[in-house]
Design a protein around this ligand. Structure first.
Ligand code: PLP
Length: 394
């Protein structure tokens, strides 16, 4: 039977990262994959996570399954981290399900949404993170795109976004990036979040928010402001939160599907659908990352250490953005100030596919064909090389 299969094309992002790993050029620079890297090109383990890990290993007496919904301490902390104490209140209106990473959260959310609204169309930004399509589409939901990023102005074209979203009907789902839009780095302002809430109210669509970079744009509060506005205005919102980047738990597969609903009855029904989906997709959640995250978020000392380290990471990325945009602007005849206005790990450099490919072939400088780069992979050692390389193709 397996001989009927043919080889699929490689994943566009992971495939390129593999090509870069295999490249023997000693001066190669990899700006493709979305992981945070420090000044030495290392993706570090947070100090607070290391402390939590030591304590967990010393105390752990069993590897028995967690409860199906996940570790309660972790889930309670995630509700507070994402929605804030005021919106959480007694928490009975929020369903939280621990998932394998943010991807698992998107998949569980899409399973539940497909059961609630089988004919829904999911509206995704153009462009969006490519993995959204298989994650949401695997349950049979249809797609439409709304225009979002304008390459000419290097920002959100909000007017056309609104025009397109006027086509979203009651029962449809609009996917928004909570902060640090991947791949563009261009985020909505709070006024724009509010205008989308107006549309959701008048047209009756549901908002699903992918929150993979909380605390990596401006700070934990500012980055959550848009989704909190949505939750308080609409009374119903779904969030897929990842702990991969902001807690550095990439390989531990730690995330949460959060369903902010109107009351505890809705929450109970949502929970039963979410648990049913989890049972048929992966059965039980992985424990290690969530047990670490639960400790870090709930222990005042670990929490303070984590918040300080995350704030440092965020500040470093914003400094890299400023320095890189200044150096590129000074070295070329283009204005790259937009890089310092954008948030999180990613920006498009505004190069053509040919330019991006030629940088790969001639300089060993790897970025996606769309010229999306991971700003967090820049550092003092490689920044000038990258600036020179980019200038050489302009
Ligand atoms: C936009 C976006 N959403 C979700 C995720 C989910 O990541 P993970 O499943 O590793 O938590 C990522 C990771 O790169 C992402 O960039």
């Amino acid at each position: 039977m397996l001989s009927t299969l043919s080889v699929l094309p490689p994943d566009p992002i992971l495939g390129l990262a593999a090509t870069c790993r295999a490249d023997t050029n000693p001066d190669k620079i990899d700006l493709t994959v979305g992981i945070y890297m420090d000044e030495n090109g290392i993706c570090p383990v947070f100090e607070a996570v290391q402390m939590a890990q030591r304590a967990l290993i010393a105390e752990e007496v069993t590897k028995a399954y967690l409860p199906a919904a996940g570790d309660q301490m972790f889930l309670d902390q995630m509700k507070g981290l994402v929605f804030g104490d005021e919106l959480v209140g007694d928490g009975q209106h929020i369903t939280a399900i621990q998932t394998p990473g943010g991807c698992g959260a998107i998949r569980i959310a899409s399973e539940v949404l497909a059961e609630a609204s089988p004919d829904a169309t999911v509206w995704v930004s153009n462009p969006t993170w490519p993995v959204h399509i298989p994650l949401l589409g695997s349950v049979g939901l249809k797609f439409a795109t709304y225009r979002y990023y304008d390459p000419a102005s290097h920002g959100v074209d909000f007017e056309v976004m609104v025009d397109d979203l006027k086509g979203a009907r009651a029962g449809d789902i609009v996917l928004l990036h909570g902060c640090c839009h991947n791949p563009s780095g261009a985020d909505l302002t709070l006024d724009q979040w509010s205008a989308i809430a107006d549309l959701a109210e008048s047209q009756g669509f549901t908002v699903l928010i992918d929150l993979a970079y909380l605390g990596m744009g401006k700070d934990l509060e500012v980055d959550a402001a848009g989704l909190r506005l949505m939750a308080s205005r609409l009374g119903e919102v779904i969030v897929a939160a990842s702990c991969s980047k902001n807690l550095g738990l990439y390989r531990e597969r730690t995330g949460t599907a959060l369903f902010f609903g109107r009351n505890s009855q809705t929450a109970a029904a949502t929970q039963s659908h979410g648990l049913g989906a989890a049972r048929r997709v992966y059965s039980m959640p992985p424990a290690h990352g969530a047990l670490l995250a639960g400790r870090v978020l709930s222990d005042p000392e670990l929490r303070a250490s984590w918040e300080a380290e995350l704030a440092g990471i965020c500040a470093r990325m914003n400094l890299l953005r400023n320095t890189f945009s200044e150096r590129l602007t000074a070295r070329t005849d283009r204005d790259f100030a937009f890089i310092s206005r954008e948030n999180g790990m990613f920006s498009f450099l505004g190069l053509s596919v040919e330019q991006a490919q030629s940088l790969r072939a001639s300089r060993g400088l790897y970025m996606l064909d769309s010229s999306r780069i991971n700003v967090a992979a820049l550092n003092d050692h490689n920044m000038d090389l990258v600036v020179e390389a980019v200038a050489s193709v302009l």
